[in-house]
Design a protein around this ligand. Sequence first.
Ligand SMILES: Nc1ncnc2c1ncn2[C@@H]1O[C@H](COP(=O)(O)OP(=O)(O)OP(=O)(O)O)[C@@H](O)[C@H]1O
Ligand SMILES: [Mg+2]
Length: 507
Amino acid sequence: LVKSPLPHRPPTQHTLTFAAVFICGLKVTTSLWCNCTTAQCEKTGSQCETDGACMASTSFIDGQEQHIRICITRDKLVPPGQPFYCLGAEGLLNIHCCYTDFCNSIDLKVPSGEMCGGNGGTWGLVELVAVIAGPLFLLCLLLLVGVFLYQYHQRAYNHRQRLEVEDPSCDHLYPAKDRTLQDLIYDLSTSGSGSGLPLFVQRTVARTIVLQEIIGKGRFGEVWRGRWRGGDVAVKIFSSREERSWFREAEIYQTIMLRHENILGFIAADNKDNGTWTQLWLVSDYHEHGSLFDYLNRYSVTTEGMIKLALSAASGLAHLHMEILGTQGKPGIAHRDLKSKNILVKKNCTCAIADLGLAVRHDSATDTIDIAPNQRVGTKRYMAPEVLDETINMRHFDSFKCADIYALGLVYWEIARRCNSGGIHEEYQLPFYELVPSDPSIEEMRKVVCDQKLRPNIPNWWQSYEALRVMGKIMRECWYANGAARLTALRIKKTLSLLSIQEDIKV
Ligand SMILES: Nc1ncnc2c1ncn2[C@@H]1O[C@H](COP(=O)(O)OP(=O)(O)OP(=O)(O)O)[C@@H](O)[C@H]1O
Ligand SMILES: [Mg+2]
C-alpha cells in the first residue's frame, strides 16, 4: 500500500469525527468524508460524505490501471464485519474499505503476477492448464527424443562392432571357444598366407586378454604377461608416441612365411582407443625364462645348453636373413638390433629372436630396401665397426646382414663365458664391459671397436674344449672389420649342427 497525502480538510473536523467513533462505541452515528472519483462528486470537489465507509479499489479498463474511490452508505455494509461491498469483485482487482476521513486516498497496487493475463490480470482455466501442461509436455517430448537417440546410437554401435569382428564368410577362422591360439595359428600357417591371424581375429584375441603383471620395460614401452583362454601371452604395450615403431614391428612380424620356431611367435597387433589415448598392443608367445640376457645372468649352461642356444639363435637368424623365392616366399630381413636382451629363451632352452621393430626387408626384384634406413639404429654396444664409423654401404642389403653377424658373435661370447667346462665358468658380463661405461656413446664405442680394433677376449683355455674352441673360432670370424669377410648365418648354423652331432647332442 502506498499512502498519498491527505486532501485538505479542517484538521479539527478530521480528528473530532475519529475521536467520536473511538470513544463513544459502535452505536454512535457519525459521518465520514471520503475521496470520490465518480462524475457526481465533481461538484463537491471530488469528495463525498457518508455514514458508512470509504472505499478504494483498482481495476483495469482498456488495459489501463484505474483507481476508483467512492463512499459506501452504512445500509450497504452487510453483512457486518465482512460487507460484500468490501470483497474483491470481477474487474475490481483489489478493494479496500476504511472508516476514517479520506482513508481511501491510498493507491492500491495490482500484484504484478496478475498482469500476465493481459486481459484484466487474472488467468483463465485454459491459460492455467497451458502453463502447467506445456512444460510437462515439452519435458516428455525431450525424454522421448533422448531415449530414441540413445537406442539408435546403441544399435549403430553394436552393428559397427559386429562388422569389425564378425565376417560370416570367415566363420571358420573365428576363435571358437575350445580352440587354443596354437591351433588357430597352426591352421593359418598350414592353410593360408602363412603371415598370421586375420586382423579381426587379432583384435578379438587382443581384447579378450587379461593382463597379469609387468615383466619388463624397454625403449618403446612395457611388456606384460597376460592370460588368454588359460594360456600365457606376452603383451608389449607401446606409448602412443611410438605408433610408428608399433606399426613397423607388427608389419615385419606379419611378413609372409616369417614364422619359425626360433623367431618369436607373433599373435596379434591391436590399437585400442580408450577415449583419452590410444593403446598400442603387440601380442606374442610368452617365454617364462625371459630374455637370453636374463637367463645368462641367472644360470650357467652346460656344453649342450650352449650349443642348443647358439645353434637355435643361428637358425632363427638364418631364416630371417634368407630370401625364399616364389609366391609363398619371403624377403630377406636384417634385424639391426640383435643382442642378448632381444633374444628370448624358450622352455626347451632354445632361442627365439624378438624385437623386429628396426628390421629392414629386401626387395630382390628391384634390389631395394623397404624403408629408408637411417645409418645408426640399434644398441651402440652391439654396433658393427662399419656402423659406428658410418662406412656401411646402405644401398647394399647384405651390409645389414653382415652387421647382424657381428652382433651375433658378441651374443655367442656372452653365452660361451657362462659355459661350464671342466667345472669352470665365468660370471655374466656384457661385451666390452671392461672397456666402455654402462651406456656408452657412439664415440666411446668407435674408439674401442674401430680405432683400437679391440674385441671381447677369447681365453686360451677355451682351446682345450672342442665346443668352446669352435665357438671361439666362430666369434672371431663374426668380428672381422670387413663385413663381407664374416661368416653367414647359414654357415654358422651348419658348423654348429656338425658340432652338435660330434658332441652327441639332440637338438
Ligand atoms: N615374449 C616375451 N616373453 C617373456 N618375456 C619377455 C617377452 N618379451 C619381452 N620380455 C621381457 O621384457 C623385457 C623388455 O623387453 P623389451 O623388448 O621391451 O626391452 P629390452 O629388449 O629389454 O630393451 P630394448 O628396448 O632395447 O629392446 C625383456 O628384456 C624380457 O625380459
Ligand atoms: Mg627388446
